[in-house]
Each structure stands twice: as C-alpha cells, then as structure tokens.
Design a protein around this ligand. Structure first.
Ligand SMILES: O=c1ccn([C@H]2C[C@H](O)[C@@H](COP(=O)(O)OP(=O)(O)OP(=O)(O)O)O2)c(=O)[nH]1
Ligand SMILES: [Mg+2]
Length: 146
C-alpha cells in the first residue's frame, strides 16, 4: 500500500484524525466545538475541526459525508464533497447541512465527516474541432437502460 507523509497542526481538543479500520480510505474528523450546537432542518453550519494540513503538490483532501449520519439523521455535507487544496493552510472546516426532519444536536468531539487524501493530475488542453468516435457517442444519463 502506498503511503504519504502529511504535515499536520492539531489545534483542536481532540486526537489527530485516524483510520478506524485497516481498510478505511477516510479518517474521521472531529467537531472541535465547546458546546452542543443545534442544526435545524435545512440549516447549514460551518464546523471547525482545529486541523491544519500541508500536503505535497499533486495531492488533495476530500471531505466526505459519513453515511451513518446521512442515513439516520439527514446530516450531510452541503458542498457535496469538500475540496482541500494542497496550498491551503487554513483550518479545515466542514459545511454541514441538516436534510432531516428534526433538529440535530451536534456534540463536541463528534465525528462529523471523513477526509480522504487523493492524488490528482494537472491537465492541459489540446483544442480540437472534432473528438474521436466511440460506441457510446453522446448517449448518457440513462441511455443504456436502467
Ligand atoms: O469543505 C471545505 C471546502 C473547502 N475548504 C477550504 C480548503 C480549500 O482549499 C478552500 C477553498 O475551497 P473551494 O475551492 O471549494 O472554495 P471556493 O468557494 O472556490 O473558495 P476559494 O475562492 O477560496 O477557492 O477552502 C474547507 O475548509 N472545507
Ligand atoms: Mg476555489
């Protein structure tokens, strides 16, 4: 398994995020808040983690929802997948939204999201007038049937 060393500054009251199992791709992030906080239905809240990172060029961190919170309470990430750029030196913050029907009480230290470190490629454009032909062509959005 490929590994990568990442610089981290932990300004939170909680331990460093860690992989929960041997095969986990994401590390859970803790809500670094001092008091319980209410998220009303359809409300968004920006939650601090107290975690600051510096990754090598070519890496990004993806902030993803936790499926249990989403399924049980409708708590998810408002920006779909949060993107942490390799040159970002600020605090990692999580934009939670409550899609559930009830108020959600977020407790200090709760694991609110997970962070996956990924490699990405930098592309450059080759401008063309025609793209190559494929079997799919322009068919999409359910073109091949359900
Ligand atoms: O869930 C998130 C998403 C982003 N960020 C931080 C890290 C990221 O590198 C920076 C910018 O994120 P993004 O590019 O998604 O936001 P933007 O609205 O395009 O802001 P900017 O103009 O600063 O790029 O904000 C977070 O802390 N949490
Ligand atoms: Mg941006």
């Amino acid at each position: 398994m490929e590994t990568c060393k990442i610089k981290v500054k932990n300004m939170s009251k909680y331990p460093l995020p860690k992989y929960q199992t041997k095969g986990s791709s994401g590390m859970d992030l803790y809500a670094n808040i001092s008091n319980p906080l209410v998220i009303k239905p359809l409300e968004r809240k920006l939650i601090p983690t107290g975690i600051y990172i510096s990754m090598p060029n070519g890496y990004e961190a993806q902030i993803r929802a936790r499926s249990g919170l989403s399924f049980k309470y409708g708590i998810t990430i408002a920006n779909g997948i949060g993107t942490i750029d390799s040159d970002y030196r600020g605090e990692i913050k999580i934009i939670l939204i409550n899609f559930g029907e009830k108020n959600y009480i977020l407790h200090p230290g709760e694991r609110i999201a997970q962070m996956v470190i990924s490699k990405y490629v930098r592309i450059y454009w080759e401008k063309v007038d025609e793209l190559d032909n494929t079997q799919r062509g322009q068919g999409g959005l359910g073109h091949s049937g359900i």
